[in-house]
Design a protein around this ligand. Sequence first.
Ligand SMILES: Nc1ncnc2c1ncn2[C@@H]1O[C@H](COP(=O)(O)OP(=O)(O)OP(=O)(O)O)[C@@H](O)[C@H]1O
Ligand SMILES: [Mg+2]
Length: 263
Amino acid sequence: MAHAIEARGIGKNYGDNEVLRDIDFHARRGEFVSFVGPSGCGKSTLFNVMTGLLPPSSGDVLVHGRTTTGRTSPEIGYVLQKDLLLPWRTMLGNVVLGLEVRGVARKEATERARELFAAYGMAGFENRYPAQVSGGMRQRAALMRTMLLDPEVILMDEAYKALDYPLKIQLESELLAMVRESSRCVVFVTHDIEEAVTLSDRVYVLKARPGQIVEEIEVDLGVSSTRIEERRMSPRFNEFYERIWRGIDAPAVAAGASARIGR
Ligand SMILES: Nc1ncnc2c1ncn2[C@@H]1O[C@H](COP(=O)(O)OP(=O)(O)OP(=O)(O)O)[C@@H](O)[C@H]1O
Ligand SMILES: [Mg+2]
């Protein structure tokens, strides 16, 4: 069966700046795949290319086996790194935006959205404007807007970063359960190795300048549960944590950071 989403030889240049080189990756239906890599290695650029918002300089994007390079696809949902809400719409108005664009009646869209507000701990904030709520709430609205569309392939760029820990692990557990129970797939970007290990079936490690995949790691925690707490307690957790840590050449990244802050 065709992969849910696939990149073949993706490259991206901005003038002389080679941001991505020869990226090959895929994600299957029912699979949770993550990208981990240093800041500036091109993770968001790769996602913008995969979703068709940005044309690549070379290579192809396939969704369910069909070429979609440089085009958006209705099967893809994208939670961007920045929450990008419309300031003149209420939180509810922002969450139903995607459904409205698809032509779903406002009343039906609103009913479906209200259930999500409760599930995401946002009941009572439906009529606030983005400027009147916290960053974590805006991020949740961006998540809800995508989840309400129930896409087959979900790309998430640091989607849970601004959330507090209990809510984050609750939403992540639910996301993982959804991936397991349906034929959907999630492709995820995170800086957090712990998050990558607890959630992923496979992790791609990227390096910077140019952005390239340096390692692909199959994660098998030997835990069937989708509960984040139980996955985190797996005796195999540390083994995968260490492999990814070594893959991103963390000491070199840390040395670079200290050099930049003048230590
Ligand atoms: N429109 C643009 N024009 C020129 N260079 C760009 C543009 N967008 C991104 N870049 C460059 O591409 C590189 C990768 O950026 P990108 O935002 O994809 O990295 P990232 O891995 O998502 O970083 P972070 O972890 O900080 O979010 C950076 O060096 C950035 O300066
Ligand atoms: Mg980014």
